[in-house]
Every structure is written in C-alpha cells, then in structure tokens.
Design a protein around this ligand. Structure first.
Ligand code: NDP
Ligand code: GDR
Length: 378
C-alpha cells in the first residue's frame, strides 16, 4: 500500500486530493493546523474512527513554520509521496502579511525538502510542490508555458518563487524526485469564500434570494484561466507517477474576465447582467429576467427588478500590483501526462452555482423561520 502525506489537507485541493488518493488505495496522512474552532469541514466525510480496524486516513497536527514538527511527522509516516499544498494562499492578504507568507509558503517548502533529506528519504519520497501561475505575474508572453520567464507581483508570488526554485535545486543537488506543478486558477464548490469566483457565485445566489443587495468587487477586467479543482488534483498525482521528475503547467488554455464570470454566474439563475461605466464607476445592472428559469430553480423574483444594480466596484479590492492576464499552455502536460480536463468553464460555473444555491437556500429557510443566532455578548 502506498503512503501519501498531504500538507494543507483541510484546504480546497487537499480535500479533493485526499478523497482521490483514498479511492486509489493509498494510506493518506494529512497535516492540519490547530485552530480554536473545527477546521475540517471539507474532509469530515473522509474521517475514520481511529479505533476501528482498516483505517486509511489519519490527521496530524502540524505547521509549515515548524521544522521539528515536520521532521517528526515525516519520520513517523515514511511517505512514498508528499503533496505540499499548505500555504497562505490569498494574494491580496499576502500584501498585509508578507513576512508570514514568506515564512509559510517560501521557507516552509525548504523545511519540508530538508526534512526529507535529513531523514535519509531523498531516494524514497517523491515530492509535489504546489507552484502557481502567479509566478508569471507581469505579462512577459502568452500563453504561459514551462519556459516563460517569471515576474512575480505580490508577496505571495515572491514566496512561491522561492518554493519553486528550492524544489528545482533539491532535485538537481540531491537527485530527489521533486516536481513543481505550475497550476493556473482552479475553483470548485469547495473554493474559499474570499476568492473571486466563490465570492461571485455565493453573492449571485444570495441576491436572487433577497438575502443580499449588491456584490462589491475590485478589478473586473482581470483575466484568469479557470479550471475545476477536481481535474487539477488528478494532474498532481500524474506528475508524481512519471519516470522522471519534471515541472508541468496545468491549465485549460482559455482565459476569461472577472466581468464575464459574473455574467455567467447570474445567467445560471436566469438573470441577465449588463455592465456600464468605467473603472471605479463601473456597475452591473439587471437587464433581463427569465421567469421560467427563476421559477424552475424555486426562486421568488420579488427581490429582483430590471434596472437594479447588483454589482459595484469598491477600490479596496484593487491590489497594489495586479496580475492582469493569465493564460496557460497545457501542451506539455497533455502530451506527457495524458492529462485532459473534464470540466470546461461553463460546467465549472454550473457546479458552483448549484452548490451555492443549495447552501444559500438553507440561509433563506433560517431567515424565514426568524432564526436568530445566539449572541454570547448580550
Ligand atoms: P486553500 O487556501 O484552500 O488551502 C490552503 C491549506 O493550507 C489549508 O489547509 C490551510 O489550513 C493550510 N495552511 C495554511 N497555512 C499553513 C501553515 N502555515 N502550515 C500548515 N498548513 C497551512 O488553498 P488551495 O487548496 O486552493 O490551494 C492549495 C495549494 O495550491 C496552495 O499552496 C496554493 O497556494 C496553491 N495553488 C492554488 C491554486 C488555486 O487556484 N487554488 C493555483 C495554484 C497554486 P487551514 O484550513 O487551517 O487554513
Ligand atoms: P488569484 O485569485 O489572486 O488569481 O489567486 P482571486 O480569486 O483572489 O483573484 C482573481 C482576480 O480577481 C480579481 N478580483 C477580486 N479578487 C478577489 N479575491 N476579491 C474581489 O472582490 C475581486 N475583484 C476582482 C483579483 O484582483 C484577481 O485579478 C488564486 C489563489 O488561489 C492563489 O493561491 C493561486 O496561486 C492563484 O489563484 C493561481
């Protein structure tokens, strides 16, 4: 039985990857951080009572900023494969927490590689490093491939560039099977709520249900190459199954603006949104309502009116330095890994909208029942 260790197992990708590896017959160990509230929502369905026989999923407390903890876990687990997914992964937040981001995302990768080396596992353990299209940053060329130069534009991307190169260095210096997956944006119903796609799908559902009036966003013209996380975690696994350790770009090869992602999300509910105005004065207004779609989804269109402004720009969401355009070239991964995404953008939006509509209807139900949360400070 192969043994895998996933850092960042409580995150979007960690949850999908853990499930995928368990289905493949792996023993999966995950590193989770201690927090004052439960932080395992995304993986609770995988939980196995540790007192039972045949347990194949185990969680360990740990942190990428703690070397001795990583050494102890890796020594105990003796993994065949490590997937280093743990990171402070929010680009905008990294401008507010640059030092912590460097420590966790940059030096954290070094700690992991060094732990494997110190423990004499350099020839046994294969390592996947979660590198990112943010490395390309300021556009040098498109589409972006494994040979396109990097120009990072945030403390997050600068930290990740250290992670990228230290992975390459350990591969070359010590012959370790250590690889970078340069993954472009990938989303899902499990996406963190403050990333733009999930923020949009949640808000569109809430607005349609009369639970929110307006969605405030930053740069609507940013272009991203969006795929589905379920497809991308499969690529991570394929990268570690190759004969030779190499780095791969994982992307769809199609780019879309934030503005169009908004349109597509509202369209799923039968709501047509049109944009007008420029920069900070741009807004999105309802120009069409498809009553048939709304009623099929069980939506009461009382909350919606033609001409209603549902999207406004708030400058606080602009970044000090932005990445304007990401468009990946997946030629190498398609040819060498045989990787092919199953979801296109339309299918991704549908999946996210269906899931969020279901979730937001629960909120509506609670509101209708005049449910009030307990206020411990009253
Ligand atoms: P998430 O933000 O959903 O998950 C990040 C995970 O890392 C969480 O489990 C989080 O724990 C954990 N974590 C954060 N800081 C630490 C730390 N100091 N020590 C240990 N664990 C920590 O990210 P995704 O799942 O979306 O992404 C996975 C990885 O891939 C990240 O490294 C990200 O930077 C990278 N990436 C993501 C892309 C994307 O589009 N999703 C694209 C390219 C790269 P907790 O749950 O407690 O917060
Ligand atoms: P990104 O994802 O920065 O590409 O990093 P995010 O969804 O945060 O932003 C995408 C683009 O949308 C613009 N934008 C907004 N973004 C957020 N979060 N909130 C807003 O209100 C908003 N309005 C416009 C942003 O400016 C940006 O251009 C993600 C993360 O998962 C990283 O960890 C990963 O490495 C990269 O994708 C690839």
């Amino acid at each position: 039985m192969k043994v895998a260790l996933i850092t960042g197992v409580t995150g979007q990708d960690g949850a999908y990857l853990a499930e995928f590896l368990l289905k493949k017959g792996y023993f999966v160990h995950g590193v989770k951080r201690r927090s004052s509230l439960f932080n395992t929502d995304r993986i609770d369905h995988l939980y196995q009572d540790q007192h039972e026989k045949n347990v194949y999923f185990k969680l360990h407390y740990g942190d990428l900023t703690d070397s001795t903890n990583l050494i102890r876990i890796i020594q105990e687990v003796q993994p065949d494969e490590i997937y280093n997914l743990a990171a402070m992964s929010h680009v905008q937040v990294s401008f507010e927490m640059p030092e912590y981001t460097a420590n966790a995302d940059g030096i954290g990768t070094l700690r992991l590689l060094e732990a494997v080396r110190i423990l004499g596992l350099a020839k046994k353990t294969r390592i996947y490093q979660a590198s990112t299209s943010e490395l390309y940053g300021l556009v040098q060329a498109v589409p972006q491939s494994e040979t396109t130069p990097f120009y990072p534009r945030s403390p997050y991307a600068v930290a990740k560039i250290y992670g990228y190169w230290i992975t390459v260095n350990y591969r070359e210096a010590y012959g370790m099977f250590a690889c970078n997956g340069i993954l472009f944006n990938h989303e899902s119903p499990l996406r963190g709520e403050t990333f733009v796609t999930r923020k949009i799908t949640r808000a569109a559902c809430k607005i349609a249900l009369g639970l929110q009036n307006c969605l405030y966003l930053g740069n609507l013209s940013a272009q991203r190459d969006w795929g589905h996380a379920k497809d991308y975690i499969e690529a991570m696994w394929l990268i570690l199954q190759q004969e030779k350790a190499e780095d791969f770009v994982i992307a769809t090869g199609i780019t879309t603006t934030v503005r169009d992602f908004v349109r597509m999300s509202f369209a799923e509910l039968g709501i047509d949104v049109e944009f007008s105005g420029k920069d900070e004065n741009e807004k999105g207004v309802i120009v069409g309502l498809d009553v048939e779609v709304l009623s099929r989804l069980g939506l009461n269109d009382d909350a919606l009116k033609l001409g209603m402004t549902v999207v406004k720009v708030d400058a606080k969401y602009f970044r000090p330095t932005e990445v304007d355009l990401l468009l990946g070239d997946p030629t190498k991964s398609k040819a060498q890994l045989g990787w092919e995404p199953k979801y296109n953008l339309q299918a991704l939006v549908e999946d996210m909208m269906q899931s969020d509509l279901h979730l937001m209807k629960k909120d509506e139900y609670l509101k209708e029942g005049d449910f009030k949360t307990l206020n411990y400070f009253e």
